[in-house]
Design a protein around this ligand. Structure first.
Ligand SMILES: *Cc1c(COP(=O)(O)O)cnc(C)c1O
Length: 401
């Protein structure tokens, strides 16, 4: 790879030059089926015609004016996000990390309003919230924090999915907010246990904490609901962060608020030069148009169930497969061993997958897959896993005699 780029990523050697729907082509014209979607970003697939048309038209019309002026597309997008989420107001930034930075700043302001001198946010083990300094301090992964100490203060770490642990944490009167993912993504595709989000909501009400959900990966239909928190009845967070799937690859992030989180920011409290410019907001409006028109949220749920069932069936007699889990088209296949090697093996078979948390194959395919493409992803993947495990077993188990 390029000697001019800082080596922040271990990249596969493939370089793509073109995409269409769920397919990508490399520089030699080899076709790949994309079950990663640029890490949950291109939910409508590559080069979606409606998004392409909206972006092209907007580039020819007006790209950027700054937030010193009114931006009609930003207002329109804000209204639409509010209407599908039940939240009340939106701040636009450019990434997931930035959306979480806004959330963390809101928690600090909420603490200030409550006159808590050193406000703390309860965060979860194995969480991921991004790479900026506050977001990485909130993240529950030592490797991501390594070398960047001193970390930002004011986080209390708790086991994910454990309402009892959160109830106990309430003895710390400096806690003012809880930040969590409805399904932990980087942490290994771990859905919140049933009842957990409602318990968090109740504790937040009881103790005047902000309930802040990081929907950067789970948001915009990925899990079979518009937002991951909607899998549980009667739960509305106070703060929600979004990014990834919102722009189908155009960089946009958003931090939404409801209730008591809504009057914390005032002019001058927060800002972003690029945030919510006409280009990205127009693109995101086009994404929402297509998702609504084509019923892609419901589709993510049914395709996801179908894909997970087919993978389960394909691995039913494989003891190294511990669990196939997820929500909608966010699927994790946990093996009993580190399996990063599967990424390049699948690539060689024309399939893009991701491995996270060491031993979990993560699938984040686009929501526009056909049923036969869904089967193809599942079948190619199970074949790659079986072949690799066979050669793996042969390598670690010396042949008898
Ligand atoms: C990817 C991700 C982020 C960080 O988003 P960036 O756009 O890379 O800054 C934050 N939270 C979650 C849950 C994510 O999956």
């Amino acid at each position: 790879m390029s000697e001019f780029l800082l080596p922040t990523y271990n990249r596969q050697s493939v370089r793509f030059s073109r995409g269409e729907g769920p397919y990508l082509w490399d520089e030699s014209g080899v076709q790949y089926l994309d079950a990663v979607s640029g890490i949950a970003v291109t939910g409508l697939g590559h080069a979606h015609p409606d998004v392409a048309e909206a972006v092209c038209d907007q580039v020819r019309t007006l790209v950027h004016t700054s937030n010193l002026y009114g931006i009609p597309w930003q207002e329109r997008l804000g209204e639409r996000l509010v209407s599908i989420s039940g939240m009340q107001k939106v701040f636009f930034g450019n990434s997931g990390s930035e959306a979480n930075e806004a959330a963390i700043k809101l928690a600090r302001l909420h603490g200030r309003r409550r006159e808590v001198a050193n406000p703390k946010i309860a965060v979860m083990e194995h969480s991921f919230h991004g790479r900026t300094l506050a977001a990485l301090a909130a993240t529950g992964n030592a490797a991501i924090q390594q070398g960047f100490e001193p970390l930002l203060d004011g986080f209390v770490r708790l086991p994910y999915g454990d309402a009892e642990a959160l109830r106990h944490a309430a003895s710390d009167e400096e806690i003012v907010a809880v930040l969590l993912e409805p399904v932990q993504g980087e942490g290994g595709v771990r859905p919140a246990p049933s009842g957990y989000l409602r318990a968090v909501r109740e504790l937040c009400d009881q103790h005047d904490w902000l309930m802040m959900v990081d929907e950067v990966q789970t948001g915009i239909g990925r899990t079979g609901r518009w937002f991951g928190f909607q899998h549980e009845a009667d739960v509305l967070p106070d703060v929600m962060s979004l990014a990834k799937g919102l722009g189908n690859g155009v960089p946009i992030g958003a931090c939404l608020t409801a209730g008591r989180a809504t009057d914390l920011f005032a002019p001058g409290s927060h800002g972003s030069t690029f945030g919510g410019n006409p280009l990205v907001c127009r693109a995101a409006c086009a994404v929402l148009d297509v998702m609504e028109r084509d019923g892609l949220v419901a589709r993510a749920e049914s395709l996801g169930e179908h894909m997970a069932d087919r993978i389960r069936a394909g691995l039913v007699d494989v003891p190294a497969c511990r669990e196939v889990r997820g929500r909608g088209l966010m699927i994790g296949i946990e093996l009993d061993r580190p399996c990063g090697a599967l990424v390049s093996l699948a690539l060689a078979e024309g399939l893009l997958i991701n491995v996270t948390a060491g031993s979990v194959v993560r699938l984040l395919p686009p929501l526009i897959l056909t049923e036969s493409q869904t089967d193809l992803v599942a079948d190619r993947l199970t074949a790659v896993i079986r072949t690799w495990l066979d050669s793996n077993e042969a390598a670690v188990t010396p042949a008898a005699g």
